[in-house]
Design a binder for this molecule. Structure first.
Ligand SMILES: NC(=O)c1ccc[n+]([C@@H]2O[C@H](COP(=O)([O-])OP(=O)(O)OC[C@H]3O[C@@H](n4cnc5c(N)ncnc54)[C@H](O)[C@@H]3O)[C@@H](O)[C@H]2O)c1
Ligand SMILES: [Zn+2]
Ligand SMILES: [Zn+2]
Length: 384
């Protein structure tokens, strides 16, 4: 089959490799119909995620049709069209019972912090991902979700990660009626966080980035104010000036490890790297938010040391919330929002790329060329 293949930092290509097979009675094999490239894939692509092995197939955001099921799978049958939460989870461990599906204790033999994730290095279990024609899906009775018959596939594929992650970012902000919410990062995740903030009662929403085309998009899509951080001398001072001197009630980090905007953070967090990523956006969150406010982090950082101003967070009495999203938990509500027409997530899709051209897709999305917001890979079997 055709599949994306990692060769080393900044080098990916489409190759032919063996089709996956059922390895366990709870497995299913899915024929992929859509797969996205995510900001999280860029951390892999840039060589920043430990134990990313040559030969791996990335892709944790995909939809597909069930081709085959293992002997003990009961909830799915051949021909079902499903969307796949990016988390691989068992549904029954201590953490899954608390709906912390991203922290499942049974699906990642290589680490205890995070559960399994499709196509996201051996740090999250070493599973091959969905930027391919076929994928092996473990715990098939638990994760895959049947796509409602009236739903556009492009909307469905955004339910596998970007939309629920943005939604959870807003949820973890514990937004109260009328709150001012600042979202750092106007990628797909930040765009959906800004939109979700309104659904949770925000009174004012401000998005921050340095890519004007993304700021224009989020302004229109989420009807929010915007700031280009290149035009601001001191982010904390600027945001306090915009909010009666106190600072925003909630700040969301939807940027993570590869933040721009501070040369020293960039050098120590990305170039060398001595830190687990450039925590620039996180600094801005902690230093801007008002005393007693909440910082919600969905931007991904590596597993070790980061120079974060924890003293400021303590002295300001902040609440810090963070996690990989637990996608499945949000699906019923988000499907309802889409069906009611309150959300049209597929509007963020700017590029449809044949799976064969996956290398171009990574280059385009990584370098933010051609006003790219969200690229979707289309396998040959679903092209007319
Ligand atoms: N927690 C989760 O479950 C989860 C899920 C998906 C993605 N993520 C993470 O969310 C982050 C965003 O993902 P995405 O797909 O939107 O990526 P993206 O690369 O499309 O967007 C990131 C945006 O941040 C902007 N940016 C850079 N430095 C900034 C700064 N200092 N302040 C404000 N904006 C800045 C960039 O210009 C870019 O537009 C990534 O770190 C990704 O790994 C987390
Ligand atoms: Zn993703
Ligand atoms: Zn579990």
């Amino acid at each position: 089959m055709l599949a994306m293949n990692y060769r080393g930092p900044y080098r990916v290509r489409a190759v032919h490799k063996a089709e996956p097979e059922i390895e366990h009675p709870q497995d299913a094999i899915v024929r992929v119909t859509r797969s996205c490239i995510c900001g999280s894939d860029l951390h892999l692509y840039h060589g920043l995620v430990p134990d990313t092995r040559v030969g791996m197939t990335f892709g944790h955001e995909f939809t597909g049709i069930i081709e085959e099921v293992g002997s003990s799978v009961q909830n799915l049958r051949k021909g079902d069209h499903v969307l796949m939460p990016f988390n691989i989870f068992c549904g029954s461990c201590f953490f899954c019972r608390k709906e912390l599906y991203s922290n499942c204790h049974n699906t990642n033999p290589n680490a205890t912090a995070v559960g399994g994730i499709y196509g996201y290095s051996h740090t999250t279990g070493g599973y091959d991902g969905g930027q391919a024609e076929y994928v092996r899906v473990p715990m098939a009775d638990v994760g895959p979700t049947i796509i409602p018959p009236d739903m556009d596939l492009d909307d469905a594929v955004l339910l596998t990660d970007a939309l629920p992650t943005g939604y959870q970012a807003a949820e973890m902000g514990d937004i109260k009626e009328g709150d001012t919410v600042v979202v750092f990062g106007a990628g797909p995740v930040g765009i959906f966080a800004a939109k979700s903030a309104w659904l949770m009662g925000a009174g004012r929403v401000i998005a921050v980035d340095h890519l004007d085309y993304r700021l224009e998009f989020v302004k229109r899509f989420a009807q929010c104010e915007t700031i280009n951080f290149r035009e601001v001398r001191d982010m904390a001072v600027h945001l306090k000036q915009m909010t009666d001197g106190l600072g925003p009630d909630v700040c969301i980090d939807a940027v993570g490890a590869e933040a721009d905007g501070n040369a020293l953070q960039r050098f120590t967090g990305v170039t060398v790297p001595l830190q687990a990523g450039a925590a620039t956006a996180l600094h801005w969150c902690i230093n801007s938010v008002r005393k007693g406010g909440t910082v919600s982090i969905v931007g991904v950082y590596g597993p070790t040391f980061n120079a974060v101003p924890i003293g400021n967070a303590i002295n300001k009495g902040l609440t810090l919330r963070m996690n990989q999203a637990s996608v499945k938990r949000h699906l019923p509500r988000l499907i309802e929002h889409i069906q009611a027409g309150r959300l049209k997530p597929s509007e963020v899709i700017t590029h449809r790329i044949p799976l064969e051209d996956v290398a171009d897709g990574y280059h385009l999305f990584s370098s933010k060329l051609d006003h790219c917001i969200k690229p979707v890979l289309i396998p040959p079997s679903v092209r007319h």
